[in-house]
Write a protein that binds this ligand. Structure first.
Ligand code: ADP
Length: 590
């Protein structure tokens, strides 16, 4: 660029100079020649005036020659021509050898009008001359023409002298101009180069300003304008990237999955939550068709509707086969995703996925709970109502049945009381209001009292109740009354779900930090699929059997909560037909 610019400027400058030079040359030589001819003509006119005042004597050849010589001393060429065109005398040539002059324009003019004039090449002398001729009347003879001429050679010499000087001066100007412009150009191109570097720097993101330019010219103005632009860009980019960082921090930290999809259904952006929902590598997936990332026809349908411009789209989608998850989805069309998009249609859509799996689970749990509670209450209430009506409608007087019916009513009322009791306990526990009075507890004592309570039931079913508790069982840290509830529930269940003639054993061991109590039986066992669920409220493997035995389906759920409130664990190992083994851990008192 440097050389090209230099040659462009240099050649323009040279062409300009040449143009001016040629114009000066042309006009000055013309003016000079015109002036010279005019002054030569004036001079010839005055000489001819003198000649006319003292005309030559034509009859005397010697006198004519003397006259011609005398007039020729003025520096002009003097010629006398008669009316036939014959040269009678000439100051610079022998008239005998000269050709007839009747065809010379100035001679013809002079004979015709009395005066003639021309500037032309002399055939006789072989050079350019300025001619002036006058007609001179002769007494007693035909008129003659006196002609005087001055050479133009002088003016040509002057012109070439002038030209030489102009050219010399131009050469000096050219040289000086060349040196000055070369120097100026070097400075200029260095400054342009600096501006170029600066622009490149700005393009790469380095916005440090240029130092102030020395001469305050247009280039300096350009530099300061560029500085202002760079400063403005710096500020704008800073604020934009600050804004972008803020937005991306917000989007990153959002638990909702957010994705932006363009009009061509490509995924332009997605946050981490979104890529985690769909198991995507967010870096690789950006720019790819959304159909590759999202394999859910409901969501794709929603995105397409938003891309068509539908506002306020909301829906709920379910996904996952093994692990079911629910998402509440909103899809909103967005305008001008790319700044230049001017058409009416939305240029993209924003999708927000909100995980409502837990919400739905809780709703389901609540719904199930209400259904379960109603169901549990319904049987005893119906029975109470039925027997009360039977009694009222006459059975009261029936001595064989009235007592039995009242006993049934009492049993169902007791069952309702137990159920309400368990529900209240559970409600308290789940509301976080279970107050655990941590004190050192003799676990062996707890076990002993529970075993005593279960003994009667065990005897009734001829179940052998074994207790295997070491004498020196360390003291645990907990609430004796609550721990009793746990042990009692496990023992009751074991006796309950073990057929007659079976065996139930309760044992306890102590490690360095915790004690483990185990109740195992030779009962019906629990299918593997139900083992996890028996700790849920109202969950029973065989609901009818449990209900018949007065079970509420809440026992294990309450027990698990109590154990966990003690910082321990409750678990089960069981095999259908062989028996079950329930264990829980509790920390030792320190
Ligand atoms: P329930 O009042 O019905 O006993 P639980 O919460 O105590 O309620 O127990 C839940 C369910 O777990 C029972 O209905 C029963 O199906 C099962 N279960 C509990 N303990 C045993 C056991 N020792 N052997 C077999 N099944 C058991």
């Amino acid at each position: 660029m440097r050389a090209r610019l230099f040659w462009k400027l240099g050649l323009t400058y040279f062409a300009l100079l040449l143009g001016v030079l040629l114009a000066v040359d042309f006009y000055s030589s013309r003016v000079l020649r015109r002036d010279y001819i005019r002054s030569a003509d004036d001079k010839l006119a005055s000489l001819l005036n003198v000649a006319q005042a003292r005309p030559p004597r034509l009859d005397d050849a010697a006198d004519l020659r003397a006259w011609t010589e005398w007039m020729g001393r003025s520096g002009a060429r003097v010629t006398v021509i008669d009316n036939t065109g014959r040269v009678l005398s000439d100051s610079q040539h022998d008239p005998e050898t000269m050709e007839n002059h009747s065809n010379r324009p100035e001679i013809q003019q002079a004979f015709a009008t009395g005066e003639g004039q021309s500037v032309r090449h002399s055939a006789t002398l072989g050079r350019d001359l300025v001619y002036r001729a006058v007609r001179c009347e002769q007494t007693g003879g035909p008129p003659v023409v006196l002609r005087m001429a001055l050479p133009l050679a002088q003016v040509d010499a002057s012109v070439s002298e002038l030209r030489r000087r102009i050219y010399a001066a131009s050469l000096v100007v050219l040289l000086l101009g060349g040196i000055i412009s070369l120097t100026y150009f070097r400075v200029f191109s260095a400054r342009v180069e600096r501006l170029k570097d600066f622009s490149r720097r700005v393009a790469e993101g380095d916005f440090r300003p240029l130092p102030a330019e020395r001469p305050r010219d247009e280039l300096a103005d350009l530099a300061s304008a560029l500085n202002e632009t760079a400063a403005w860009m710096d500020k704008t980019i800073r604020s934009l990237s600050g804004e972008r960082n803020r937005s991306s921090a917000i989007l990153r930290s959002m638990v909702e999955g957010v994705a932006v999809i363009d009009a061509q259904e490509r995924l332009v952006f997605c946050n981490r939550a979104f890529s985690e929902i769909w198991n995507l590598d967010s870096v690789e997936i950006e720019g790819r068709p959304v159909i590759e990332a999202v394999r859910n026809s409901d969501l794709l349908g929603l995105i397409r509707r938003a891309l068509r411009g539908e506002e306020g789209l909301r829906s709920e989608i379910a996904m996952g086969i093994v692990q079911h998850r629910n998402f509440s989805v909103t899809a909103t069309p967005v305008q001008a995703l790319e700044a230049a998009s001017l058409n009416e249609k939305p240029s993209g859509a924003v999708v927000v996925l909100h995980d409502v799996t837990e919400l739905r689970r809780l709703e389901r749990v609540r719904h199930d709970f209400v259904a379960n509670v109603s169901h549990e209450f319904k049987t005893p209430l119906t029975a109470i109502q039925g027997f009360a009506e039977t009694l009222l409608s006459g059975a009261l007087e029936d001595p064989r049945n009235n007592r039995r019916f009242l006993e049934i009513i009492r049993d169902h009322a007791t069952r309702l009381a137990v159920l309400t009791d368990d529900l209240l306990k559970l409600a308290r526990i789940e509301a976080g209001k279970l107050e655990v009075q941590f004190v050192p507890v003799q676990l062996a004592e707890v076990i002993e009292r529970c075993t005593e309570t279960s003994q009667l039931k065990a005897n009734r079913k001829r179940i052998a109740l074994e207790v295997n508790v070491p004498a020196a069982l360390p003291v645990v840290h907990g609430d004796a009354s609550l721990l009793r509830d746990v042990v009692q529930n496990l023992l009751d269940n074991a006796v309950q779900y073990t057929p007659e003639g079976g065996r139930v054993r309760i044992s306890a061991t102590a490690g360095s930090r915790e004690a483990v109590v185990t109740v195992d039986d030779t009962g019906i066992g629990i299918p593997l699929a139900d083992q996890e669920r028996i700790f849920e409220r109202f969950y029973r493997v065989d609901a009818a059997r449990s209900r018949e035995a007065g079970g509420t389906g809440l026992g294990l759920s309450i027990a698990k909560h109590i154990v966990e409130a003690h910082g321990g664990r409750l678990w089960v190992e069981s095999e259908v037909g062989h028996g079950s083994k329930f264990s829980f851990s509790v920390s030792l008192a320190t």
